[in-house]
Design a protein around this ligand. Structure first.
Ligand SMILES: *Cc1c(COP(=O)(O)O)cnc(C)c1O
Ligand SMILES: [Zn+2]
Length: 569
């Protein structure tokens, strides 16, 4: 495919100055404004600002345009979705990366660099990898490994920086200037790639929507889709441009707030589960603002709970599991049903839910592990837990857990936990009750404990050493024993002292130790998970207490019981 263009210039949308792409492809050299490409003539086909356009090596089909039949009926409107998550890296950004990487090659860059924490990095890395140009991705130190997996497998060089995203972005910009490097990101050539969205709609035979809902981060995609429409209208391909609806999470909505103020807002910290749109400094804000004004559009936000609800609804009713960002169109549509009644609306479903599995895990109750006994499975299905699990999704999840029926053994176990927690002067919060109930469901209620920890005492020594005296009752022995030992820190000291006695009959190594603190409160419930090993057999066990040491002791003693049972069968 070679799509010729009619010649173009690069213009600053703020001051109008023409910029030279060999000098900048990011900001105007005169005023720092954002740039746009003007073609010298209109065309009946898409124009890209490239001398030669290579066929897209990764993408084979236009993303699907689907009517949302069930939701249309439910809400009395004519609803459609464009499934942008069908792109090769699971996100629409591939449209832009495809063009940006070719521009980097055309300009003779030695490498591409960008600052990103997610979808952008994956997408640019994929195309850079195929076109065999090195790619440097700058990320904040705290970026989770899963997010970097795609960029890593596509051979990008990951540069982890001490600091937050702003620090990375600034450094990446300096890095770009320090050599012959192309700075990729939400800039003018990306917009040219992403406008193919609208040309695809034209080829799919349907551009005639009343409203298009676009989830907004930097605003580049919104601007790109609108530019595609404007170019097609200028070329006489279509005669109507839909009203554009800019949508954001309420927790991170500088663009929507800015639209009402008619001025750009920059937020320091943004915090939403829709991390793909958590952009504090929306680069293309003025393009979005003008787009809203020119199309007589609208701007809305939705709460985190509304996102969860709509994300689930889209998955259950229409079958599309997306990122939380893609739930904002449906959520804001539902908040304004009167406005959209009977209207033909298009939702842009920007990215796949598979990258957000951690969100699903976080907002749903996990299923307990059951013993392989048919009657226990029946009991579980009838316990009310399953209904609770389903209905608790996306709501405040603060009620109802007391209604789950537990069998006698688990009810007793649960009461023991609650009693010992109450003894520490703590009352459980609803969220903690939920976690504790879930934990208890996961436990074997018929365990026999080979050891009981009756009491313990700690003494601090020099050089961080701690002495522990632990009073133990060992099964089969009448008398309690006191075990004394030392360790680095209280946890180590107590475990060492316990093990000094228990290793004699059941030696267990602690090979992993995780501590989860449920809330920022000082008396938060702490969940400790231990992984224990004996001769290649691994066991996990948990403890729950407001006191980390207590939770660890519980977990270890429980681990002894679990291992003892498993090994004696
Ligand atoms: C990047 C991204 C957006 C936001 O696009 P902008 O061009 O930054 O406005 C929305 N959804 C997903 C899944 C994204 O990756
Ligand atoms: Zn300018």
């Amino acid at each position: 495919m070679n799509t010729p263009h009619s010649g173009y210039t690069m213009r600053c949308i703020m001051c109008g100055q023409q910029n030279d792409e060999r000098e900048t492809s990011t900001y105007c050299t005169n005023c720092g404004g954002v740039l746009t490409i003007d073609y010298h003539q209109t065309a009946k086909h898409i124009q890209y600002p490239l001398e030669e356009v290579r066929p897209d090596p990764l993408k084979n089909n236009p993303s699907s345009l689907k009517r949302l039949n069930r939701l249309s009926e439910r809400y009395d409107a004519d609803l459609y979705a464009k499934l942008e998550f069908e792109h090769p890296t699971g996100c629409f950004k591939d449209r832009g990366s495809y063009i940006e990487v070719q521009k980097a090659l055309e300009l003779g860059a030695d490498a591409i660099c960008l600052a990103s924490t997610g979808n952008m990095a994956a997408s640019v890395a994929a195309y850079a990898c195929y076109f065999k140009i090195p790619c440097f991705v700058f990320v904040p130190e705290k970026t989770p490994e899963v997010k970097l997996a795609q960029a890593t497998i596509y051979d990008a060089t990951i540069i982890k920086i001490k600091g937050d995203f702003m620090v990375c972005e600034k450094l990446c910009r300096e890095f770009a200037k320090s050599g012959n490097y192309y700075l990729a990101g939400d800039y003018v050539f990306r917009q040219e790639g992403q406008k193919s969205f609208s040309y695809e709609l034209y080829e799919q035979g349907d551009t005639n929507f009343d409203y298009i809902f676009v989830p907004i981060g930097a605003g580049t995609n919104f601007a790109a889709i609108l530019k595609g429409y404007q170019e097609m209208k200028a070329a006489g391909l279509i005669d109507k441009i839909p009203k554009f609806v800019a949508v954001q999470p309420e927790q991170s909505s500088p663009v929507v707030e800015g639209i009402f103020k008619k001025d750009k807002i920059v937020k320091e910290q943004v915090n939403t589960m829709a991390d793909a749109v958590a952009v504090g400094d929306p680069l293309d804000f003025y393009k979005v603002l003008r787009g809203i004004e020119e199309t007589d559009g609208m701007a809305f936000t939705a709460t985190e709970n509304e996102l969860l609800e709509s994300m689930k609804e889209m998955t259950v009713e229409e079958g599309y599991f997306t990122e939380p960002a893609c739930a904002i169109p449906l959520a804001t549509f539902k908040n304004n049903l009167e406005t959209f009644k009977g209207k033909k609306c298009l939702f842009v479903l920007t990215g796949t839910g598979l990258k957000s599995s951690h969100i699903v895990a976080k907002y749903s109750l996990s299923s307990p592990v059951l013993p392989p006994k048919l009657e226990r499975i029946q009991q579980y299905i009838e316990s009310g837990f399953v209904e609770m699990q389903k209905s608790s999704w996306g709501q405040s999840r603060n009620t109802g857990f007391e209604n789950i029926s537990m069998d006698e053994g688990h009810a007793k176990l649960y009461d023991e936990y609650v009693n010992s927690i109450n003894k520490k002067g703590k009352t459980l919060k609803e969220e903690e009750i939920k976690v504790l109930r879930s934990l208890v469901y996961n436990e074997d209620a018929d365990l026999e404990y080979p050891v009981e920890v009756v009491d313990y005492k700690l003494t601090m020594r020099k050089h961080g050493l701690v002495s522990a005296a632990v009073k133990l009752k060992i099964q089969g022995n009448e008398e309690e024993v006191i075990s004394l030992d030392q360790g680095v820190g209280p946890l180590d000291a107590v475990l060492t002292a316990i093990k000094a006695e228990t290793d004699a009959f059941l030696p267990l190594e602690v090979i992993n130790h995780e501590v989860e603190i449920l809330s920022p409160d000082t008396d938060s419930l702490v969940i400790v998970t231990l992984t224990l090993e004996k001769e290649g057999h691994k066991f996990t066990s948990k403890g729950a207490s407001p006191d980390t040491l207590e939770a660890t002791i519980q977990a270890f003693v429980k681990g002894l019981a679990v291992a003892n049972k498993a090994l004696s069968v």
